[in-house]
Design a protein around this ligand. Structure first.
Ligand SMILES: [Zn+2]
Length: 366
């Protein structure tokens, strides 16, 4: 009887110890206790709720997870025909644009093969590499041939063109030129990075002067958004510099070795800034007027008229004339890097062909 009691007591102790270990999730029961489930990013992407992806990411969803077919979140968004705002949310959260599946397909390739022209343009604008090839050697343009929607759209020739050129990662493609049918300037001094001795600084954009681009430019020539985006600055209430104010700005610029940013901002005159896919920002300067309906927060589409050409911020404007009107357009990757910085003119023209298309190149350089 005593032996039996000891056995029962040992069993009770064993059960209590085992129960304790189980409750605490310690070995051999490790992992039994449930961690809170991470939100399913793929389900959120497929959800019709526009806030689902943001909520999932805020809830700790793994941005870099792959689904069962080896797709990234960006690829799933393309496959599920998620709106481009979902692509933006994923990109802003750090989705890798050029990740590929086991057979070498990127999100851009999937969009080209089975998606819409809008998806393709959006990924190009965000900076996706159109020269990548899958394990069968096909790039995005090759894959688009089987997709009538993309093949018959305006983006197809751009994809073909890009597939045959070296691609500079970190910069967009698929933009249009800010003046319809214009080439960029043939003149080196009109390119970003050119010296500006009158104010001890550098030029940060592309100038479109009459006589150096393929269309005529005058005061009032319409300026269009180079890509879809959201307006983040629109100077509706700009007041032109007086001659004295202009002279003071130039004097201040000449005191240092580089034009101070706030002085440079005044010298750009009336401006519109647009935020695009991939975080790129374009700035349009020396404007005569901001187009009706363009305000901070406005969504603009590629090719929409956003402003008219002027000379605001220049010496000519301070003198009260409409002389030397020209759009000045900058492309920024982040707050410190403008397209063309630290590049030679030949490299800038080549990069401009990637961003604005080969048709934007001037027929000669001078
Ligand atoms: Zn300029």
């Amino acid at each position: 009887m005593a032996g039996m009691r000891i056995v029962v007591a040992l069993l009770v102790v064993l059960l209590l110890v085992a129960g304790g270990l189980w409750a605490l999730g310690l070995p051999p029961f490790k992992g039994r206790t449930r961690e809170p489930a991470k939100p399913d990013l793929f389900a959120a992407i497929a959800s019709p709720d526009p806030g689902a992806v943001t909520a999932a990411l805020e809830g700790g969803a793994d941005m870099h997870a792959r689904d069962l077919s080896g797709y990234t979140a960006l690829m799933v968004a393309v496959r599920e025909s998620a709106p481009t705002t979902v692509l933006d949310t994923l990109l802003a959260a750090g989705a890798a644009l050029d990740d590929v599946t086991e057979n070498g397909s990127s999100a851009l390739m999937l969009a080209a093969a089975a998606g819409t022209p809008a998806q393709v343009i959006h990924l190009m604008n965000a900076g996706a590499d159109p020269t990548l090839r899958d394990t069968e050697g096909r790039n995005a343009a090759d894959l688009a041939r089987q997709n009538a929607a993309v093949r018959t759209s305006g983006v197809f020739p751009r994809l073909q063109e890009l597939g045959a050129r070296p691609f500079v990662r970190g910069w967009p493609s698929g933009y249009v030129v800010p003046v319809e049918h214009a080439t960029i300037s043939s003149r080196r001094s009109h390119l970003p990075g050119a010296l500006r001795a009158y104010r001890n600084g550098y030029h940060e954009g592309f100038d479109f002067y009459n006589g150096t681009v393929s269309v005529s430019i005058g005061y009032g020539t319409p300026i269009v958004a180079v890509a879809d985006g959201v307006v983040i600055r629109a100077d509706k209430d700009y007041v032109e510099n007086s001659q004295a104010e202009y002279d003071a700005l130039i004097a201040e610029a000449l005191r240092g070795l580089d034009t101070p940013p706030e002085v440079l901002d005044r010298l750009r005159g009336r401006q519109v800034w647009i935020h695009h896919a991939g975080g790129f920002v374009t700035r349009y300067a020396h404007l005569a007027a901001v187009a009706e309906g363009v305000a901070v927060g406005s969504v603009v589409r590629q090719g929409d008229v956003i402003a008219t050409t002027g000379n605001s911020g220049t010496a000519e404007a301070a003198q009260g004339t409409q002389d030397d009107p020209h759009p000045h357009v900058e492309v920024w990757r982040d707050e410190t890097t403008f397209l063309g910085a630290a590049l030679e003119p030949e490299e800038i023209w080549s990069l401009a062909a990637q961003v604005f298309g080969v048709a934007a190149l001037p027929p000669f350089h001078d």
